[in-house]
Design a protein around this ligand. Structure first.
Ligand code: FES
Length: 501
């Protein structure tokens, strides 16, 4: 067994890190508030985390077991755990897992198919087990620096001894908000100070937050009606944070009623020129900086629409009922999953906007189109159709295209953009998984076949054939085997799309 020092305790401030080892293996280091046994026999936490959010704060689901935490170490109120980074089910990214407390132990759920694993023992309720590794904190060296180290046994031949740390990489969930982003829902469009061109202003007034009693529907409608992109991403991140923090507590957010809010026909946009799809500049092949800026700009536009699509699905279908003898409403997990998607899309927009600025451009410098929203409008009457077209056609198409785009940036030596695009690609797999999960759930309730429901919706609401080549591996990771998309053709171009019911 090798004891591998990772970092001084004082350097670790994030909730999750990826540990890259010299034998090629990757682990996830979780830094979580220590669960302590309470005097009355229940469990408490010595910090104040309450949610299963992306920052590692744990959702206090159950606190009834008297079994003390068996955390290997407890330093300054934090416990450290190491687990293999690839999910043992099908390789999902465990660094992106959701974190809960169940029976007084931390449980992480894989983002791809939601298998849950005890972060200390690796045990799962589905019977498979993830590899976990003891972590300790000890004082070392002359200055008695407290070091965090992992005890590791390599399964790879020839690596019994001598495995070392290659890199410790923080998993950033941080939204790249603009400094002092305090802008209003009626934000103005300002000229770029350098060029005089029209762009989005940064000092247009405060973000408008709703009060503590606002429902999920009210928040989603507010985000849809917010025209300034910096406001939109800030509000979206805030909504996901408060939803997860309050979930499982006595102040869990009320989902609310779709009929009590006003949804825009077309969500407003500040700082961009909206044109038809054909009038958007062609991205080129990525060989020049101008071409790469075009690509990043087009992607940032898609991500901003994707925020709206994810919050729209929560509010528009809040009262959805399955069609069976005993109709079912949507479980709260549905809203959690799509708010997580919205939060990811906001993060993606912030990363792309930041990258554009690093390259000397800005979001709003080029015209954009709203084709994705048109797809949302034609499926606004049916949740099954909405999931089929937006998540399982358009988002799945992203899985096909992303590796090609990433390759273009890599060939151009633009490593920073590659890093951004890889974060986006990995998240997008989980978004297709979310679509597959909820279409499958609805079909399970209604005793229908999700493959047939999906194919039927594509034939009705998508024009032309699904474009090849398909990224079969990424699609399969998201739950889509070939039976979903093989030889699938939507309605013909000379036909018009059917009017929404
Ligand atoms: S649950 Fe992790 S890959 Fe399926």
């Amino acid at each position: 067994m090798a004891r591998i020092p990772l970092a001084p305790l004082s350097d670790l401030t994030q909730a999750r890190y990826v540990i890259h080892l010299s034998d090629g293996k990757r682990l996830v280091l979780f830094r979580l508030p220590t669960i302590e046994p309470a005097k009355n026999g229940t469990q408490t936490q010595n910090e104040t985390p309450t949610s299963a959010n992306a920052n590692g704060n744990a959702n206090a689901k159950t606190h009834t077991n008297t079994k003390p935490s068996k955390a290997r170490n407890d330093a300054n109120g934090w416990s450290y755990y190491a687990m293999e980074a690839e999910c043992p089910h099908a390789g999902g990214p465990m660094q992106d897992s959701a974190i809960d407390i169940e029976d007084s132990a931390y449980v992480v759920s894989c983002p791809w198919h939601a298998y849950d694993f005890n972060v200390e023992t690796g045990e799962s309720s589905v019977g498979i087990k993830a590899c976990t590794f003891p972590v300790d904190v000890t004082a070392e060296g002359e200055g008695e620096t407290r070091m965090v180290a992992v005890e590791y046994v390599s399964e790879r031949e020839g690596w019994d001894e001598g495995v070392g740390l290659v890199k410790l990489e923080a998993v950033s969930e941080t939204m790249k908000l603009k400094k002092g982003s305090t802008i209003s829902t009626t934000a103005k469009t300002n000229p770029n100070p350098k060029t005089g061109e029209m762009g989005v202003g940064e000092d247009d007034g405060p973000v408008r937050y709703l009060d503590d009693n606002a429902t999920v529907c009210e928040w989603c409608a507010h985000i849809l009606n917010t025209s300034h992109p910096e406001h939109k991403i800030e509000l979206t991140a805030h909504l996901f944070k408060i939803f997860t923090e309050r979930e499982g507590t006595t102040s869990a957010m009320v989902i609310g009623d779709r009929s009590s809010v006003t949804l825009p026909d077309l969500p407003p946009r500040d700082g961009v020129k909206d044109v038809t799809r054909g009038a958007v500049p062609k991205p080129g092949r990525g060989g020049t900086q101008k071409s790469r800026i075009n690509m990043l700009h087009a992607l940032a536009n898609i991500e901003q629409w994707a925020i709206d699509l994810a919050v729209d699905i929560c509010v528009r279908f809040a009262q959805f009922q399955t069609t069976e003898t005993q109709p079912q409403g949507l479980p709260r997990a549905f809203f959690h999953d799509w708010l997580k998607v919205a939060n990811d899309e906001a993060k993606h927009f912030s990363l792309l906007r930041t990258r554009l600025e690093e390259l000397g451009s800005y979001f709003g410098a080029l015209p954009v189109h709203h084709g994705l929203w048109e797809a949302a409008t034609s499926t606004a009457h049916d949740l099954r159709a909405r999931i089929s077209i937006i998540a399982l056609v358009h988002e799945a198409r992203g899985l096909d295209v992303n590796p090609v785009t990433i390759d273009k940036f890599r060939k151009a030596g633009d490593g920073e953009s590659v890093d951004t695009l890889e974060i986006i690609h990995n998240d997008e797999i989980t978004h297709v998984t979310t679509g597959h999960r909820w279409l499958t759930w609805i079909c399970g309730q209604e005793d229908t076949d999700p493959v047939q429901v999906f194919r039927g919706n594509v034939q009705k609401y998508y024009r032309g054939p699904l474009r090849e080549p398909f990224n079969e591996e990424a699609r399969l990771q998201a739950g889509l085997d070939r039976s979903y998309y093989e030889d699938l053709v939507g309605y013909q171009p000379y036909q018009s799309a059917p009017a929404p019911a």
